[in-house]
Design a protein around this ligand. Structure first.
Ligand code: BGC
Length: 832
């Protein structure tokens, strides 16, 4: 589409029409404008998958590994393919705009959305994000670079004022967004927080560098509810206020326009950008067709269509479904990071007679982090499922859950496992919406008791979730009811829980997605079903979510541990799966500790003592402390691996595939040792006091030793870094450095070669060293290969606030090559 066409269309709209377009029609859609052939534009959250417009468990999605896992790939080609997969999913669901990728940095390991960001390093985060964006947008679906900028932790995120200097902003936190703009991203989301005193939806950083210097020509969408003023945000380069239909623009903006407080050009500019976006995603009627633009995405109703599945006959959607599963399985395995291996991995299935699989995460893994990125996966393959399927039938697999990692009273929604719909008998629950007199306005089956966005007909007064709970164990069950407002929970007609629960926060991730739960213990008997009814009265400000949970009695921890240890002792090999739980690693709050919940550490210590052939599989989206890491036979980090994670675990443990991941972030041995950790604002401000020195740069400056450096990861072969050649200037600027290495192990493999720069005699402050580029190579056993690693000009530069530009300091840089920020054996000089 030509800019002239956009102008022509924009000119047809009067002020009332313009203003109408600039606030969402509802939570996930913009308004259509038939006068110019503009249809609604449909948004969906990412980046773990494409949930679609809404929160409805009946509409499932392909679930990818967490973004931390994507950062661990160091493989732009694979990330681009995953982006294409997301783009295809978006089209299948009638979605035009995907709210991903998240380009904030791993500044503190405690950050609640750490799992949702790629890396601690701006170059790795930027290149990974750019690859994802290219993949998504190749399908005619818009990607959104979020959250612009410095939204690197969650505590007080709606009001937090991040304080940092211009150089730090440019070299670290803005850098991945600059890469996104260079990749041609179509939207940028302004963050909730403030930077240096100004909230991001009103910030001058939207005009410059984003639109001015970088030339971003897409739409700046607010984070949900992030536009909080009429004039200040409208005169800023904030284009679209989501969600709608209310909000501070609308009528108030029209009045401000008429009173001359907002110039007409400001609105015209925003409308032009919105129309340009519509043209790009195929939401602009005839023009899209006339210019050979993508066919419009299917209407949003198509989310109800059948999912790709595996029926007996291979239909096109079935084949697509199989291809998606293979891609997700391979991506997960390629992201797994082998942290330790004392000759235990890979396991040889031929030599095994029995395997003990231990830990509740083996059976019920965490496949994604919490918050707006959540999707309802098509299926989940657990490590236990994966191993059972992959091992030959003669190998005995013994499963022992061990003590509960939640410390009792889990928060899993009542679903297919224990719940039956009282009306239809199907696995799940019955949702009914009642009016004030108790009459039923609508009734529907739900796969689980987590109902986040029910359809509410006029007159809706109460949301009711009912189920017949089938206990499979005798003892105290924990029932929970999550949501805000007046709540009531009855079992067999007796009220066990009732009260008023006002929301103590404005955060949409808490109110609408993960409301806290009130819980109650109730003694139940195995095989004796009970009728459970949860009710929540609707009132303004209490959000949309109602969640009914049920957890079986917690097994006696000592007995469960003894059974696990006994199983470990008898087995040829042991796989213990540990991880974080529902209460941690989620949007809306930060973590307080990096310890594995409950007694998981003690469990691992005892198991490893009982059997030296113990593999610990770590199931977390971000760093956790692993105090037993030197006592375990092997430690494999699997992140939140997405729906096919269990197959990938089996592929890697049995050596069918190499664990390909390399850490995108430095992992501390203990939280207290991490140079940058606090996410706690003081008087609303969070000063980024460490300046340029986050991640490995911080560890290097402190002269401290982490548990695992940025880039660490073992794979199944070994490598000798042999030689670094002289940096060769490239025609368009920058340098290329040849690094030769040899596969010294017994099998083929892939290795990531990192290049870092250092500038000991610099006239300006510099990190001790910093990542300047990387390349991956593959080689067979014994083979020698050369990686040609590119160093972009920018890697040699620093931002000078005085001159307002990038400066290349002439002189000599040291170039260091190796496998991680802590292991760089080769050195060359580079003269500028
Ligand atoms: C999150 C965004 C998300 C939006 C819509 C916000 O609370 O910060 O990342 O895209 O909600 O769900």
């Amino acid at each position: 589409m030509h800019d002239g066409d956009v102008e022509r269309l924009a000119d047809k709209l009067d002020a009332v029409q313009q203003v109408r377009l600039l606030t969402g029609a509802d939570t996930w859609r913009t308004r259509p404008e038939p006068d110019v052939g503009l249809r609604e534009i449909v948004f969906s959250d990412g980046p773990a998958g494409v949930r679609g417009p809404g929160w409805d468990e009946r509409f499932t999605s392909a679930l990818l590994p967490s973004p931390t896992a994507l950062g661990a790939l160091w493989d732009e080609e694979r990330v681009r393919r995953l982006g294409e997969l997301l783009g295809d999913e978006a089209r299948r669901k009638g979605v035009h705009v995907l709210l991903a990728p998240t380009l904030n940095l791993h500044r503190s390991p405690l950050a609640g959305r750490h799992f949702e960001c790629f890396a601690e390093d701006p170059l790795l985060a930027g290149r990974t994000g750019a690859a994802l964006i290219r993949g998504v947008q190749s399908r005619g679906v818009a990607a959104t670079a979020k959250h612009y900028v410095a939204n690197d932790s969650e505590t007080g995120r709606l009001t937090l004022d991040v304080r940092l200097d211009e150089r730090v902003l440019r070299e670290l936190y803005l850098a991945p967004f600059e890469a996104a703009v260079q990749a041609g991203v179509w939207l940028v989301m302004s963050a909730y927080n403030k930077v240096n005193g100004t909230t991001m939806s009103e910030s001058s950083l939207l005009a410059d560098p984003l639109e001015g210097e970088w030339g971003f020509d897409g739409v700046v969408v607010s984070d949900w509810g992030g536009v909080r003023s009429t004039v200040a945000s409208a005169v800023a380069a904030q284009d679209l206020a989501m969600p709608g239909p209310g909000g501070p623009w609308g009528e108030a903006l029209l009045e401000a326009l008429r009173a001359g407080r907002v110039p007409a050009e400001a609105l015209e500019r925003k409308v032009r950008r919105l129309l340009r976006l519509a043209g790009r995603v195929g939401a602009l009627g005839d023009l899209s067709a006339a210019y050979g633009l993508p066919e419009p995405a299917e209407p949003a109703e198509s989310v109800r269509s059948a999912e790709p599945a595996e029926p007996a006959k291979a239909t096109a959607p079935a084949l697509a479904g199989i291809r998606i599963r293979q891609e997700l399985r391979a991506a997960a395995a390629a992201s797994f990071v082998l942290l330790e291996n004392r000759g235990v991995l890979p396991l040889d299935p031929e030599a095994l007679h029995s395997v003990a699989v231990i830990g509740m995460h083996a059976d019920e893994p965490r496949v994604q982090g919490g918050g707006s990125s959540e999707v309802f996966p098509q299926r989940v393959v657990s490590p236990l499922d994966g191993l059972r399927e992959a091992l030959p039938p003669r190998v005995r697999v013994v499963y022992e859950p061990g003590p509960a990692p939640e410390g009792g009273g889990g928060s899993a929604p009542l679903g297919a496992r224990y719940g039956r719909d009282p009306e239809s008998g199907e696995p799940g629950v019955r949702l009914r919406v009642l009016d004030a007199a108790g009459a039923v306005l609508c009734s529907a089956h739900q796969p689980s008791g987590r109902v986040l966005e029910p359809a509410l007909p006029p007159g809706a007064h109460t949301v009711e979730l009912a189920a017949v709970l089938h206990p499979d164990a005798t003892g105290p069950w924990t029932l929970g009811l999550g949501g805000f407002g007046a709540l009531r929970l009855t079992v067999e007609g007796t009220t066990l829980l009732a009260g008023e629960f006002p929301p103590g926060t404005d955060d949409p991730a808490v109110i609408h997605v993960r409301p806290p739960q009130a819980t109650v213990r109730v003694p139940l008997t195995a095989g004796r079903p009970v009728h459970v009814v949860a009710r929540r009265e609707l009132a303004p400000g209490t959000g949309r979510a109602t969640v009914l949970t049920a957890a079986p009695p917690v097994p006696d921890p000592a007995g469960a541990r003894a059974a696990a240890v006994a199983a470990a002792r008898l087995a040829d090999a042991v796989v213990v799966v540990v991880g974080t739980t529902e209460g941690g690693e989620s949007e809306g709050f930060d973590r307080e500790s990096l310890r594995l919940p409950a007694t998981q550490d003690e469990l691992v210590v005892e198991i490893a003592r009982a059997n030296p052939r113990t593999v610990v599989v770590v199931n977390s989206g971000g760093p956790v402390e692993l105090p037993w890491r030197e006592a375990a036979g092997a430690v494999l980090l699997t992140w939140f691996p997405g729906q096919e994670g269990g197959h990938a675990v089996a592929d890697v443990l049995l050596g069918r595939v190499e664990p390909g991941g390399r850490l995108p972030t430095t992992w501390p041995a203990a939280l207290a040792e991490a140079p940058v950790r606090t996410t706690q604002p003081i008087d609303g401000q969070l000063p980024y006091e460490e300046g340029l020195h986050i991640g490995h740069r911080g560890w290097l400056r402190a002269g401290a030793q982490p548990a695992y450096w940025f880039g660490h990861g073992l794979g199944y072969t070994t490598w000798e870094f042999e030689r670094i050649g002289a940096p060769e200037p490239l025609p368009g600027g920058g340098f290329e450095v040849p690094v030769t290495l040899r596969n010294t192990g017994t099998r083929g493999g892939r290795q990531v070669v990192q290049l870092h720069l250092s500038r000991p005699d610099s006239a300006v402050e510099r990190p001790v060293r910093w990542l300047a580029g990387w390349a991956a190579v593959e080689a067979e056993s014994g083979e020698r290969v050369t990686a040609y690693v590119r160093i972009p000009v920018r890697a040699l530069q620093y931002w000078s606030p005085r001159s307002g530009g990038w400066v290349t300091e002439p002189g000599r840089f040291d170039v260091l090559a190796g496998r991680s920020a802590g292991d760089l054996p080769l050195r060359a000089g580079l003269d500028v």
